[in-house]
Design a protein around this ligand. Sequence first.
Ligand code: FAD
Ligand code: FES
Ligand code: MG
Length: 275
Amino acid sequence: MNENQILENLTAAPAVKKLVIHAPLIARKRKAGQFVIVRPNERGERIPLTIADSDVERGSITLFVQEVGKTTRVLGSLPMGYSLPDVVGPLGEPTHIKNYGRVVCLAGGVGVAEIYPVAAALKAAGNRMTTIIGARSQNYIILKDELKAISDRLMITTDDGSFGVPGFVTDGLKQFFTAGETFDQAFCIGPVPMMRAVCALTKTRNLPTTVSLNPIMIDGTGMCGGCRVTVGGEVKFACVDGPDFDGHLVDFDELVRRQQMYREEETVAQNLRQD
Ligand code: FAD
Ligand code: FES
Ligand code: MG
């Protein structure tokens, strides 16, 4: 079997693909919170994707890809058997896993795939796990059974109320707070507005909150500066210093501005031919 060969390409939710890739060395080495940088073809750009799972026996890693633009769409359309020219990793600092006590994990959209390995590792470390995942609607929910298996409690929120608690993950967390629950540590992964809202809420309770930041990355090794973020007034490179940071110290305004830097070029790229 060829290195980086696509073993499975399944639809996990609308516009979300689950890719299983032959990458035995990465499968063996990866830890929760780490990612790979993938190039779909020789002419393509590099994009970071979190290692959602791995199977050491099979020599494979699992990625969930939300099709938001040119490269993620190309990746999502690749057939089984195709070998990716580059899968580099595992990259990034692993998530700090220990027994915190009572942990709440919050995730939305494809962030659910990114929090899954973190939640699994936290459970294995002996934490009492509350997991709150959010989706736009019922058919967008991913990894429900997998997260249920490793959570002491799983709450699902949907924006349109078609499943679980109506509203956002912050509404779910507020329900726990209102019921008098307390937590020792929170982890949150999702779109920036969600991470920002969760951090604003947890700050009111002095609940330490780790977020996984998703700035634009190119090399993933601290060389290009593309992933520069500001945390507690200090410049950090998310690919090597993170992607995990203290959410109460992150400059989210800057993150949003830098994420949008190449919107024009990204739109042009989407209209170019499919390679
Ligand atoms: P484009 O149209 O080019 O871009 C759409 C938006 O995506 C941009 O406006 C920008 O905000 C962001 N983006 C564009 N290029 C990059 C880049 N090179 N690096 C980071 N963000 C970019 N997405 C998933 O679906 N699943 C994951 O598991 C996942 N894990 C990630 C882990 C990390 C550490 C980071 C930093 C990002 C992760 N992402 C993940 C986001 C994913 O990398 C972007 O959605 C993807 O690069 C968009 O590429 P595109 O060409 O399809 O879209
Ligand atoms: Fe280049 Fe982080 S991606 S420095
Ligand atoms: Mg792109």
